[in-house]
Ligand binder design. Sequence first.
Ligand code: SF4
Length: 381
Amino acid sequence: MALSLYIHYPFCLRKCFYCAFNSRTDASCTSDEYVAGLLRELEMRSGMPEKGSFAGTLYFGGGTPSLLESCQVEKIIDAAAKHYALSADAEITLECNPGTITFEKLTALRATGVNRLSLGVQSFEDDFLQKLGRAHTAGQSLAAFRAAREAGFDNIGIDLIHSLPGQTLVQWQSELSRACELSPEHLSVYGLTVEEGTPFALLEEEGKLLLPEEEESASMYEKSSEMLGASGYEQYEIANFARPGFRSRHNSGYWQRRPYLGFGAGAHSYLQLPASGIRFSNTERAEDYLQLISSGCLPTSESRNLSRDEAMAECLFLGLRLTEGVSLDHFYKEFSVSFQEVFGTACADLFAAGLLEIRNGYLRLTEKARILSNQVFVRFL
Ligand code: SF4
């Protein structure tokens, strides 16, 4: 059984106006202190949850993990190899903010074993980047992409956001074209969501956030599938596209409910045992996290054993995010009951409305349901 590892680095240069992630700009510790905490946690949790398992992916997320020095990244990779049997062909991803990297740094990161970059471009227009409060320019994104190629990265993902304030469908098409011109191996394309407690939420409350109408936003989503599909990208998840062979192995594990361990402030974990599985998360504030680690305690703040019903629901609403859907055979093997027996009646109208379908033993969202996915997922909760 392959395990995934996630490392959370919660510090950023600037807080983006839409961001509700566990990230902050007022670092209360040095990055060396934080990395020392991470190394200690990697050691404290060491030992694989299941005999014979190994770590198949390692993902540095944030926050802005590209603020880490390459030598700090190397120490973390070494610790993952030492304590979690990180496989020789592991996918090792680092999220990069384009304003934080240079060719030299990328070259050094590549030498540590990082073999995949997730570049937070978000938009190729400075105007939109400013509206989002991003700490980089479009020029820096282009330079970062080219530098990453020169540094030897042959697996690069680009993140874009659509339905930005004032954005039109034509402008979004231009963003997609510019992304395709760079020819990354992977693209994540999310619609902007206004999260509680963010500056955008406040602007929306005051009626000052002019977002595209729902219909235009839906057209942007559809245009993404159409244009990226025509450019050779396979849509393997609601918001994720990849060239053949370049799906994110790490994120695919989340949707397939494979086990993962998260390290760092606010990091989440999921293990399949005991019983129907357990989810737990670390304390969010970096100060509390380091305090607990330094006193020899695991920084877990919440832990929940899943009931069988919850595990079944998760299997569906996570698995249905994938284009291929959920294997009904796998569902039966895991829960000893068929999907039809548990959800058949409750979902009959979704089949009738053409939102769900069964193809080759897989339950999946129809193409038209992808944009309405949340309406389908609530049925399983
Ligand atoms: S860079 Fe990412 S994590 Fe940091 S504030 Fe912006 S959106 Fe949030």
